[in-house]
Design a protein around this ligand. Sequence first.
Ligand code: TXA
Ligand code: MG
Length: 329
Amino acid sequence: MSNIVPATPDSIGHAGELIATGRLVAFPTETVYGLGADATQGRAVAAIFAAKGRPSINPLIVHVADMRQAEAHAVFDSRAEELATRFWPGPLTLILKRRANSPVSELATAGLESIAIRIPSHPVARALLSAAGRPIAAPSANRSGRVSATTAIHVAEELGTRVDLILAAGKSPLGLESTILDLSGDHPVVLRPGAVTAADLAEVIEGLGIGDGNPDRPNAPGQLRRHYSPETRLRLNAAMADPGEALLAFGPDPFAGRLAVSKLNLSATGDLNEAAANLFAMLRTLDAGGHHSIAVMPVPEVGLGIAINDRLRRAAAPVGDDATGSGNG
Ligand code: TXA
Ligand code: MG
């Protein structure tokens, strides 16, 4: 794990040079850790797909430092501009029409006419983007089909020496991947729920639709039913844990004081922000415990709970639902 370094002005400067020379750098964002490469170098982008074991038909999010850069790669209509003003920098990815003269590698956008773009708010991500001086393509820093990494240690466990450098800056503050809003079609559609909720978006744009998560829909290549998957089976909306099961609790713990159950609590006070930030790390810990299954208590389907339940449902989908082999991010 010697490729982990604390994020400092020096290490970020070095990381920017690595990116510019086509190498891979994992870095913190406010959502999850990203596995970054220069989005304009096809070979560097290819190295991302190789490191993740990800099919190259699944496009990547291009991260940029500011609006000027964003407009060099994507066409912003008035809706996109308003959304960017309201939510950037932050955990919202916009799918927009790709500019014909954008230098972003076709591999990063999987040959599509659209491009996924976002300005992250994490200070280390922003410093890295300015040090690199170029757009950075970055999927979540996990092996394809596994839960996203929310700490530098988890990145190292996932990718080891497949990544040249890991910039460490503690735990990802939000803990869930960005909201993805597709503005490339006739109607705006949420392809992936996240910390920017549909209600937040509806304050800025009209006619919002919610994606059905259908993996066969060509405009949502990464939306497989089974995704973010631990090895251990998940049992959702459980009232309590059965013998041999671990418990992922939410809210007041029904097993308080009982020792028999291996358990973690997403948030004992029922705070959805805390639960989102804990979700992937706790799934990893319970997954490593060798349990028969993991019972997960219900999380309310409101606000950030919608994104948490989306990830839980994907993690719980039976093995085989990802049989198309495409799109795990
Ligand atoms: O929070 C995040 O979004 C993190 C951090 C690192 O920014 N990144 C992330 O990337 O979650 P990834 O690759 O794991 O998920 C990106 C998703 C994939 O499901 C991909 O299929 C979808 O975005 N995507 C990318 N470009 C697209 C496009 N042009 N049209 C539709 N979906 C697209
Ligand atoms: Mg991913």
